[in-house]
Design a protein around this ligand. Structure first.
Ligand code: PLP
Length: 366
């Protein structure tokens, strides 16, 4: 059987170093805001190419705290892609702000920059650019719009650790960037974790205070804060994995290239554009007979996933919170998308087997 992901196998190459690090942390007996977090924050900021990194408890928290730190007034509008993991949109609602959904490009699956301006109103204050599946958004166009309309940019880099646009790493374009270290992400921890990246020292300080009960120093409280911190154990594991992130990304890119070069063109492969360095957090294809294809692959011992089966605007949580939505491109993507095996533990042979099996998929008139 070819699994879609196996977190034991994907992490196996790091087990020895993880065990040593875990033993060191136990020995030291310091579990919150210690040496590992400080070092990881420094190393991750450096890896991304930014000045500050603040570890938090999850990717969702990274988004929530970023929006909070800007101090937007309730009711302000935030532009978000209609095609994203719902956490992006939840972070807006958690701040009492109004999400405004913008259709993705049918080829890139990312927010369509040419459809942003028509959604900007006098209440718009920011755009959340989500680099979905490990492919950067068109940050050239998005940054131009942000400048013209004086909007803040928050990058949701939960799926794009190390992805680049025009040689610049995702997370360095906007005013703030949110990362998730959920175990399945390319830089995945062994539990929950997240981080915010920024070049602004005041913003960084505010995030740090907000994530620590609103406390700038012990026993003093200045803001209504949260408890959202990356812990020492996860930071220790992440330090080890970060050193291999380029290798992880290269391996996934190699597997992706096999798909791109060998999959029959009855499947719509992800777009490859000049100037983009895609890291394939998820390798997703589209096919009109997606559900049948998923069943067929399963019958042949190949497991797949759907990211995501239902678009956010169809979820119950958003009913009544948005005006009537007409998002045919987003719906088309959700109805036809399928995530193929493309994990760090997969071999080139695994992927060739998936390709061979897929290319024999009967067309059923699709
Ligand atoms: C995973 C993910 C999140 C949330 O991250 P968590 O660490 O699970 O809270 C947010 N946005 C996107 C695009 C994601 O893929």
């Amino acid at each position: 059987m070819i699994e879609w992901e196996n977190l034991k196998k994907t992490n196996q190459p790091f087990f020895e170093e993880y065990r040593t690090r875990f033993a060191e942390i136990l020995d030291r007996g310091w579990f919150i805001l210690g040496r590992n977090v400080i070092d990881f924050e420094k190393e991750f900021a450096q890896y991304i190419g930014s000045k500050y990194c603040i570890g938090v408890a999850s990717g969702l928290d990274a988004l929530i705290l970023s929006l909070k730190a800007f101090g937007f007034k309730p009711g302000c509008e935030i532009i978000v892609p209609a095609n994203t993991y719902i956490a992006t949109i939840i972070s807006v609602l958690q701040n009492g702000l109004q999400p405004v959904l913008v259709e993705p490009g049918i080829g890139t699956y990312n927010i369509d920059p040419d459809r942003i301006e028509e959604k900007i109103t006098s209440k718009t204050v920011a755009i959340i650019a989500v680099h979905l599946y490990g492919k950067a958004c068109n940050m050239g166009k998005i940054m131009r719009i942000a400048k013209d309309y004086h909007l803040k940019i928050i990058e949701d880099c939960s799926q794009s650790h190390g992805a680049r646009y025009q040689e610049k790493t995702t997370g360095t374009f906007g005013d703030a960037a949110a990362f998730s270290f959920y175990p399945t992400k390319s830089l995945g921890a062994l539990g929950d974790g997240g981080a915010i990246i920024t070049d602004d020292p005041n913003f960084a300080e505010k995030i740090r205070i907000l994530g620590n009960y609103g406390s700038p120093r012990k026993h003093y409280f200045e803001l209504v804060g949260f408890n959202s911190r990356l812990d020492e154990i996860q930071a220790g594991f992440l330090q080890i994995k970060l050193k291999k992130l380029d290798k992880i990304n290269e391996h996934k890119r190699t597997l992706a290239r096999l798909y791109l070069n060998n999959l029959n063109d009855k499947f719509i492969s992800p777009m490859v554009e000049e100037g983009y360095f895609d890291v394939y957090h998820i390798f997703a294809i589209r096919h009109a007979g997606r559900d049948k294809l998923k069943e067929y692959l399963k019958d042949n011992g190949i497991m797949t996933e759907i990211h995501y089966p239902f678009p956010p605007h169809r979820q119950r949580v958003l009913q009544g919170l948005l005006p009537a939505q007409n998002l045919p491109i987003s719906e088309e993507i959700h109805n036809t998308i399928l995530s193929l095996p493309c994990a760090f533990f997969h071999t080139e042979e695994d992927i060739m087997k998936v390709i061979e099996t897929m290319n024999k998929f009967p067309s059923y008139g699709f």
